[in-house]
Write a protein that binds this ligand. Structure first.
Ligand code: CA
Length: 241
């Protein structure tokens, strides 16, 4: 049984109940919210592993909720929309949803998507945590993470590219490590600031942008057209390996 916690945000009580029931049947732990403000509060306190988010909500709409969640946490967000035009809106605004389903959708389809996203995230984490993909050993025996010609060696706190050690500032190293551990997930600037610089840091999110630029100069083949650290408009950055 997968006891991942899922937050459902939906203002139609019948649909909310149906979704809750179906997900619980699959063994998920479910928490719910029926408006945007409540959704943010629940996400912050419950720390779900995935969010199913209706686009049209009273008060704060799904797009705003999605944008704020992306700034604060890394987790899959599946959006529910009433019309295809709304899908265009989500895609056009690049709000950072991982996926979307147009109503009416089949519960089977929804469950398949939920499973797929949770699996994707779990694999990414396992890949980085286990020694499976982390295939290079540093001289003292600790595991390092490698992406093509790039090796992130945590124990030696160094990055190597084609076996050359790159000269990185300490924060550049921590930033790259944080991005790499969340490979494939869009990370908001506020989240990056909090995790890499800490709550008490006074500098603004420009600090993140500056460090990303420095990192790109060191790890990208063409820093002007990055392929490893991508900018996700309106959100922040995503490391693609
Ligand atoms: Ca709605």
């Amino acid at each position: 049984m997968d006891k991942t916690k899922i937050l459902i945000v939906e203002d139609e009580p019948t649909l909310l109940d149906t979704l809750k029931y179906s997900l619980e049947q699959q063994g998920y732990e479910v928490v719910t919210a029926s408006d945007g403000v409540q959704a943010l509060a629940k996400a912050r306190t419950e720390k779900p592993g995935l969010v199913i988010l209706d686009l049209m909500l009273p008060g704060l709409d799904g797009i705003e909720v999605c944008r704020i969640l992306r700034q604060e946490m890394s987790l899959p967000i599946l959006m529910l929309t009433a019309k295809d035009e709304e899908v265009d809106k989500i895609v056009g605004l690049e709000v950072g949803a991982d996926d979307y389903l147009t109503k009416p959708f089949s519960m089977r389809e929804l469950l398949a998507r939920v499973r797929a996203h949770l699996r994707r995230v779990r694999l990414l984490r396992e890949e980085l945590e286990s020694s499976g993909q982390a295939d290079q050993k540093s001289p003292n025996g600790d595991v390092a993470i490698s992406f093509g010609d790039l090796v992130i060696d945590e124990s030696r706190r160094e990055i190597r590219r084609n076996d050359d050690v790159l000269a990185l500032r300490p924060k550049e190293f921590e930033l790259l490590l944080f991005l790499a551990r969340n490979r494939g997930i869009a990370l908001g600037r506020s989240l990056i600031l909090e995790r890499v610089w800490g709550w008490d840091f006074d500098g603004g999110s420009r600090t993140v942008d500056v460090h990303i630029r420095w990192l790109r100069e060191k790890i990208e083949v063409d820093p002007a057209h990055p392929s490893r650290i991508l900018t996700i408009r309106g959100i922040g950055y995503r490391f693609d390996g």
